[in-house]
Design a protein around this ligand. Sequence first.
Ligand code: 5AD
Length: 427
Amino acid sequence: MCLTIPAKILEIDKEKAIIESVNERKKINISVVKDLKIGDWVLYIANFAVKKINKKDAKEIINLLQPYKEIDISKLDSKFKRILEQARIRNLTKDEIIFLLKIKDPIEKEVLFSEANIIRQTHLKDFICIHGIIEFSNFCENDCFYCGLQKKNQELKRYRMNIDEIVKVADKAVNEKGYKLLVLQSGEDYFYTDDMLSEIIKKIKKKCRTFLFMSIGERSHECYKRMKQAGCDGVLFRFETSNPKLFKKLHPKGKDFKKRFELLKFMRKLNYFIATGSIIGLPGQSIEDLADDILIMKKWANMISMGPFVSSDNTPLAKHSSGDPEMNLKMIAILRFLMPDTRIPVVTSLETLLGEGGRKKALQAGANSLMFNLTPPKYRSLYKIYPDKFFQKEEKWEKYGLFKYEESYKMLEERMRKELEKNHAKD
Ligand code: 5AD
């Protein structure tokens, strides 16, 4: 589940080797990887080499996970420097967050991102976690103004995967490829009854050693209770915006801002691992709203899930321009200050707006995980929340970032447990 920074072998002494990566030089155990020689490149977790890697691919990973560079900050604005210093030692106030969200100077922006990247590296080393998402139905009962899956969109061809199909995709992802955290997502589709959802979860958890998250919208308390009993570990459930008025405007079908938080509260009570967040750059949203979004994420999220608004055809917001991806990068950086060891994924909407180099930019601004699309190709283009969704072949990263290796299961389990423990302090 983790892409790690590669290291070069400097010395070998039987089962031990001295390795050197960009960040450290240390002695590791190489007994699980056969035929290693001095000068080879390896991926390692804790003190164990787990995979040999060719030099070209090693360089590519190093390039993706590039360490921070030193930047001379002596000439920067003193208020900016003071806030950045505060960010390292205590939580930021709303005004300080707004100040950081507003910075325009290119060097200040670079410093903000690189500071966040340092914090990521200090707290999480160079582990970039890889998660998978299966979009199993694009039917939706709602008409959220921003979303291309909305019921009113008659142009979209709809699909549903049946239970066996869903379980088969999950099985392949976990047992063949090595995914350890899967998200099952759909529109709000009541075709899948509570019984069916429970059955899907039970079947997947029986076959697969994986963390399983559901992302199916506002279902009943009973439904969330049953899914938890069936073995579901987490939910991906965004609050979308912290501004109640804007929330009301964008959700015409009786969706209620307060109810959303009541549901989040209930999910927390059930001990779900909560991935939540907002859409950045919605028409009518202010910088103050974004600062509130950050503070709410800090309160509710065990994992962040936020992304820029991407203008979508056949929706009431089709004519509005998309959000500013750079604002999203700033939010990643600020959240990295506030939540140093929390999972912040690079989401598809951000990659869609930033294109090829977007993933690297987000990781360098403090993000630490990737979400790969595992939806079968025949359905993929129909899950059209917005058009031109970013997609690239991820085989290489799957090959180097997914190990079926006891140590990496344990690490993930330990991290998830620790993250949930923090909830006591948040209530
Ligand atoms: N742009 C960006 N994100 C969107 N979502 C829905 N529509 C859009 C859009 N046009 C997000 C919502 C939802 C998640 C599944 O997708 O935040 O919770």
